[in-house]
Write a protein that binds this ligand. Structure first.
Ligand code: FAD
Ligand code: EPU
Length: 336
C-alpha cells in the first residue's frame, strides 16, 4: 500500500534547499509500488521522478506527483578472480555504495567518492570527478519502460554515455524509471591519481590504496565544495564548455592564464568556473542567492532563496560569460 502525501515540502528533498511544495509526493519501496502508482494514481499526474535532489532546481511548486523510487539492495551477482559484478538498487545512496566498494576492496569508483545523490541517478548525467566517469564501470542499466511497463536492460554501449550525458537525458528522458544499475568492479584495480592535486593528497596518506584515494578525494572536495547540509547548492551549475581550439587560442591571446584541457585534435574544454570567475562573479551575493567563494561554478542558497532567484542569477552569469567570451554556458542542473 503506497502512502501518498499531500502538499509535501520539498525543502529537505533538494540540496539547494528551495522551499517549494509538491501537490503529491510518494516514496516507492518496490517495483510493485511503482507500478501501483503508475496504474492507480493517474489522477495525481503529471509526475516527476526524484532521486536525492542534488541536481535539480525547483523554480516553483510542483502541481503533480513527485515519485521517489526507493529501491534498495547492493547484491553481488557474479564474481571471479578479476571482476565483481554488483547490482545496486536505484534508491541506494551513491556514496554509501562507494564506501561499501572500498571497504570490500573493490576498485573502480573510489574517485567518485562523496558525490551526493542516488545510485539510480548516476548513469543519467554519467557522474564524473577526479579523472573518472561512472560509465567506465557500468555494465548495464535496468529501467521500467513507462509505455510497455516492462523492465528493459541497456548495455553500456546502448547508454550513449558522454561528458555529463547519456541516452537518459535525451531519447529516454521522461519515458523511463531506472530501477537498478549493474557495475563491474575490479579486485585488482589500477589506481588513477592523475587529476589535479590528487596525487599529492594521496601521497600524504601513505601507501596508495582504495581507502587512501577515497579519503583524499573527500578531503579535496570538502576543501572547495560547500556541504549542502550547511549551504544549499547543487554542485556545478553549468557544464564545462567544449570549444574549438581556434576559439581557445583567441581567448589565450587576451587571457594568458586560461586553463585548457584538450578533448581531441580540434576541441578543448575550458572550466566554466574560470570563465565565471573572470567575469567577476566569484563570491558575489545577490539577495539570498550567490556564487560560492571557493568554486565559481557552484551557485548557493544562503537561506530562503527562491528557485527564481537562483535561476535569475544563473541567467545573469550566463549572459556576462557570453558577452565577454562568446561562449554559451549549458546548465548541468535540471531546472523544473
Ligand atoms: P536528482 O537531482 O534527484 O535527479 C536528477 C535527474 O535524474 C532528474 O532529471 C530526475 O528526474 C532524474 N532521475 C533521478 N532518479 C531517477 C530514476 N530512478 N529514474 C529516472 N530518472 C531519475 N555530479 C557529478 O557528476 N560530479 C560531481 O563531482 C558532483 N559533485 C556534486 C557536489 C555537490 C555538493 C552536489 C550538491 C552535487 C554534485 N553533483 C556532481 C551533481 C549530483 O550529485 C549528481 O548529478 C547526482 O547523480 C544526482 O543524483 P540525484 O539522485 O540527487 O538526482
Ligand atoms: N577554476 C577557476 N575558478 C573557479 C573554479 C575553477 O579558475 O572558481 C578553474 C581552475 O583552473 C581549476 C579548474 O577550473 O584548476 C578545475 O576546477 P575543479 O578541479 O574544481 O573542477 P571543475 O572543472 O570546476 C569539474 C566537475 C565537478 C567535479 C570536478 C572534479 C563539471 C561541470 N564539474 O569541476 O563536478 O567534481 O571537476 O573532477 O564537469 C558537478 O558536476 O556537479 C561537479 C561538482
Amino acid at each position: 500500500m503506497v502512502n501518498i502525501k499531500e502538499n509535501f515540502s520539498l525543502k529537505h528533498s533538494n540540496t539547494l534547499g528551495i522551499n517549494v511544495y509538491a501537490r503529491y509526493f510518494v516514496r516507492t519501496k518496490s517495483l510493485d509500488d511503482i507500478k501501483d502508482v503508475l496504474e492507480n494514481y493517474r489522477k495525481y499526474f503529471p509526475f516527476y521522478i526524484l532521486g536525492g535532489g542534488s541536481n535539480i532546481l525547483f523554480t516553483g511548486d510542483y502541481n503533480g506527483l513527485i515519485i521517489q523510487p526507493d529501491l534498495k539492495g547492493i547484491n553481488i551477482i557474479d564474481n571471479d578472480l578479476e571482476n565483481c559484478i554488483v547490482e545496486v538498487g536505484a534508491g541506494e545512496n551513491w556514496d554509501d555504495f562507494v564506501k561499501w566498494a572500498v571497504e570490500n576492496n573493490l576498485g573502480g569508483i573510489e574517485n567518485l567518492s562523496l558525490i551526493p545523490g542516488s545510485a539510480g541517478s548516476s548513469p543519467i548525467q554519467n557522474i564524473g570527478a577526479y579523472g573518472m566517469e561512472v560509465s567506465n564501470v557500468i555494465l548495464e542499466v535496468k529501467y521500467l519502460d513507462l509505455l510497455s511497463k516492462e523492465i528493459v536492460s541497456l548495455s553500456n554501449r546502448e547508454c550513449h554515455f558522454g561528458y555529463r550525458d547519456s541516452i537518459f537525458k535525451n531519447h529516454l528522458k521522461n519515458r523511463i524509471i531506472i530501477t537498478s544499475v549493474v557495475f563491474r568492479l575490479k579486485h585488482h584495480p589500477v589506481f588513477n591519481t592523475s587529476y589535479g592535486n590528487l596525487q599529492t593528497e594521496t601521497g600524504k596518506k601513505g601507501k596508495l590504496s582504495l581507502q587512501n584515494i577515497r579519503d583524499a578525494v573527500i578531503n579535496i572536495r570538502r576543501s572547495k565544495l560547500p556541504d549542502p547540509e550547511e549551504l544549499g547548492n547543487a554542485g556545478s551549475f553549468y557544464k564545462n564548455p567544449v570549444i574549438s581550439a581556434n576559439q581557445a587560442n583567441e581567448i589565450k591571446q587576451q587571457f594568458d592564464s586560461v586553463p585548457c584541457f584538450p578533448v581531441d585534435e580540434t576541441r578543448v574544454k575550458i572550466p566554466a568556473g574560470w570563465l565565471i570567475e573572470m567575469c567577476g562573479w566569484k563570491g558575489k551575493r545577490v539577495g539570498s542567492a550567490g556564487v560560492h567563494e571557493k568554486q565559481a561554478l557552484v551557485l548557493v542558497n544562503y537561506g530562503g532563496a527562491t528557485g527564481e532567484e537562483i535561476r535569475n542569477l544563473a541567467m545573469k552569469i550566463g549572459e556576462s560569460v557570453f558577452a565577454k567570451f562568446k561562449i554559451k554556458l549549458e546548465t548541468e542542473v535540471n531546472i523544473i
